[in-house]
Design a protein around this ligand. Sequence first.
Ligand SMILES: [Zn+2]
Length: 335
Amino acid sequence: MKKYSIYIAVWSVIFTCQCTVKNEGIIMTVNGPVPAGKMGITLEHEHILVDFIGADSINPGRWDDKKVAIIALPFLRKVKDSGCSTFFDCTPAYLGRDPELLLSLSLASGLNIITNTGLYGAANNKFLPRYAFDETAEQLASRWINEWENGIEGTTVKPGFIKIGVGPDSLSDVHKKLVKAAALTHLKTGLSIASHTGRAVPAFEQIEVLEKEGVSPSAFIWVHAQVEKNVTTHVRAAKMGTWISFDGLNNENTEEYLSLLQNMKENHLLGKVLISHDSGWYSPGEPNGGDYKGYTALFEKFVPLLKNEKFTDNEIRQLLVLNPQKAFTVGIRKK
Ligand SMILES: [Zn+2]
């Protein structure tokens, strides 16, 4: 009898968990799915390791996961101690994406860590492997969908978003192909598309490609939007549903970020803003991994500034908790 009631208890827990996941939606962390409602405070664009050697020379032998973990872990623990629970690692494949390193650091720090699928075309295609030029958008998408379905590079780790990157001007043919591949992957997986973009011209061109493929702009994150100084373009893209990522915050530029946020607030578009540091990281090839920068300006300097400037607790919660939750919850968003 006792055994029977334990069975019922266990099954009701499993059943409740499944329902919660179903109702709220999930994010995909390196450690498996997590209900989006449990993300808490989130850093939506950071890096733990970046290797700029280029797609033709990169290989995992260039760094030792254990040495990287010794350097990175104190920074991640500090993030956790600041009240943050979820950390998006935006390092793409061929720039040092390392799913096993991220998994071990997630377990050691207690942070939800999310990695990505996709290819990064910015920096004049230095980080694109040969096959990115030879294959069609459909073939590239099938590689990325395979990572979502079966895990990355033989691991159990699945991507939680699509990360691509394009140049600062009008889209080249190969970059258009990356955007189309991201659209096809989104329509199959429901993963959001974060694109290293910067300026408005490629931002709107990418939105156009996505819409042509039937993807809603609400599945698209305009990464490094702070690079675009014409802030009316932030408003225009956000009104279309695009997520606007201001992601280079540090202790020196908090006033600039305040004015970016004030512009969005005046236009009633705080609900489309994401904020992060684009900080880190361990650099293979440099002594002790180089100059690793932390991830706490947001908590130590920027949130106090926002409070001073009459941003309410609800608005701050929207920026740090609700917006990332909405932007990265796995779900197909059709035009
Ligand atoms: Zn970045």
